[in-house]
Design a protein around this ligand. Structure first.
Ligand code: ZN
Length: 168
């Protein structure tokens, strides 16, 4: 990939809002009786994908590729390696800065990942998210937590560790 093309991809990616996983999360929050959220709210640092100002809850639904999901360990492009590594490092640093700013402003930050909202992981991840939002009264301890069911390969590893007796 040449640099101009790479840059165009980056520009397109940075514009992406309202992605599939975000829409699914919002629908599930409404179904759970938790409407009243704000989307990409300018008054919250980093414009969280979804936030509840009254509850001081900010939710980030991170795409695994651009935000460098710790679970997926996706590969870096083979050409322009330095460019991509710098780009990804900047993305990670920006995320960390946004989370820090929100915590300083008294928010509880819930971070979830695209891969944790896929297939059979969706329901357990949403249950955990909904529980966090529902119990937040705006006076909880500000912090950053990762929310979500572990990906299937992780469960596979856990099963392997349990050995034959762990299988059903
Ligand atoms: Zn992932």
């Amino acid at each position: 990939m040449d640099r101009a093309l790479a840059t165009r991809h980056v520009m397109q990616a940075n514009k992406s809002k309202d992605t599939g996983p975000e829409l699914k999360v919002r629908a599930a929050l409404r179904e759970a009786g938790l409407p009243g959220y704000r989307l990409h709210w300018k008054k919250a640092s980093g414009r969280p994908d979804v936030c509840y100002p009254g509850r001081r809850i900010a939710i980030f639904v991170n795409g695994c590729y651009w935000h460098r999901c710790p679970w997926c360990s996706l590969p870096t492009p083979k050409s322009n390696v330095a460019f991509w590594e710098e780009k990804f490092a900047r993305n990670r640093a920006r995320d960390a800065r946004n989370y820090d700013d929100l915590v300083r402003d008294g928010w509880k930050v819930l971070v979830t990942w695209e891969c944790r909202l896929k297939r059979e992981r969706f329901s357990p991840t949403m249950e955990a998210l909904v529980a966090e939002v529902a119990r937040a009264d705006g006076h909880q301890e500000p912090c950053v937590i990762e929310v979500g069911a572990p990906p299937a390969w992780h469960l596979g590893v856990a099963r392997k560790r349990l050995g034959r007796h762990g299988r059903r």
